[in-house]
Design a protein around this ligand. Structure first.
Ligand code: DOR
Ligand code: ZN
Length: 340
């Protein structure tokens, strides 16, 4: 039995660090574990220009304790009015690593998102030319589509046609939750990858709804049936370079989760690595963890691998009930691995 795992330093390819006091509170948890992270731009107002991106990067750097060697990778928030030149300039200046497509009103902070992909086709064509990745929240927002079907329908209506139209555009299908998404990514060209969160590896929709409604298990895309969790787990541990780590850690203060209309988002940053490695252990795939956590992401983005290593060891991690004003994923549970 492997009791110690030494892997190259990992990265988080999808995280919400927020701004202001929440940024100061949560950034150290991500910086403690990861060398780099792709920082989501759904602030209020969103990060849409290169100068806003550079200013946000400065605020993140200021929020990270000096002892951590951490690089925030900034993402532009696409709107119906995004400008191809501004995206290209931000990318060329090294401010924008990628751009994010939120379908308007799909999730938290997406009110300024894109109402129709046709509106940004010129921007996407330019991104394909310059090799700037597109990160996608893949859910339709049509009122007649059931919330549990919104990811699968997005593939048919939006993602598959987009990949056919722009086969050279690098696309990350973020936080996949369904067997349909797994199958789509596997069959797609090498330009299409996907991130996978810890929560979608650990929980299905019962965790949210059985025995009472549990707002801390609610995020978007929402957790699906067990068959989908199993498909996502199989993809994560498969060793395929198309699948990589992206926590989607999304902190909300407890009173905004435990409410008549609670916010979507799971704060998993404090023990993300221990949470992921437990899954790889359960699946008998510890040998695949380094690829998922530390190699597939940089290869997809065309970035260097990190230097240095981290060590995970078998042992107890007691997850607290609260981390400040935020309830973390696995609150009150004991995980079987710890970060040395
Ligand atoms: O659950 C989620 N929370 N999904 C998202 O797409 C956004 C995120 C947030 O910003 O809170
Ligand atoms: Zn997210």
């Amino acid at each position: 039995m492997t009791d110690r795992l030494i892997i190259r330093r990992p990265d988080d390819w999808h995280v919400h660090l927020r701004d202001g006091a929440m940024l100061d509170h949560v950034a150290p948890y991500t910086a403690r574990q990861f060398a780099r992270a792709i920082i989501m731009p759904n602030l209020s107002p969103p990060v849409t220009t290169a100068s806003e991106g550079a200013a946000y990067r400065d605020r993140i750097r200021a929020a990270v304790p000096a002892e951590y060697d951490f690089t925030p990778l900034i993402v532009a928030y696409l709107t119906d009015h995004s400008d191809a030149d501004e995206m290209a300039r931000g990318h060329a200046e090294g401010v924008f690593t990628a751009a994010k497509l939120y379908p308007a009103h799909a999730t938290t902070g997406s009110a300024h998102g894109v109402t129709d992909v046709a509106n940004i086709m010129g921007v996407l064509e330019r991104m394909a030319e310059i090799g700037m990745p597109l990160l996608i929240h893949g859910e339709v927002t049509d009122h007649d589509v059931d919330i549990f079907d919104r990811e699968a329908v997005f593939i048919d209506r939006t993602l598959a046609p987009l990949v056919r139209r722009l086969p050279t555009l690098k696309i990350v299908f973020e936080h996949i939750t369904t067997a349909e998404a797994v199958e789509f990514v596997k069959a797609a060209p090498a330009t299409v990858g996907a991130t996978i969160t810890p929560q979608h590896l650990h929980i299905n929709r019962n965790a949210m709804l059985v025995g009472g409604i549990r707002p801390h298990a609610y995020c978007l895309p929402v957790a699906k049936r067990e068959q989908h969790r199993l498909a996502v787990r199989a993809a994560a541990v498969s060793g395929s370079p198309k699948f990589f780590l992206g926590t989607d850690s999304a902190p909300h203060a407890v009173h905004t989760k435990e409410a008549a209309c609670g916010c979507a988002g799971i704060f998993n940053a404090p023990h993300a690595l221990e949470s992921y490695v437990a899954v790889f252990d359960e699946e008998g795939a510890l040998d695949k963890f380094e690829g998922f956590a530390s190699e597939h992401g940089p290869a997809f983005y065309g970035l260097p691998l990190n230097a240095g290593t981290i060590t995970l060891e078998r042992g107890e991690t007691v997850v607290p009930d609260r981390v400040g004003e935020v309830v973390p994923f696995h609150a009150g549970e004991t995980l079987g691995w710890r970060l040395a």
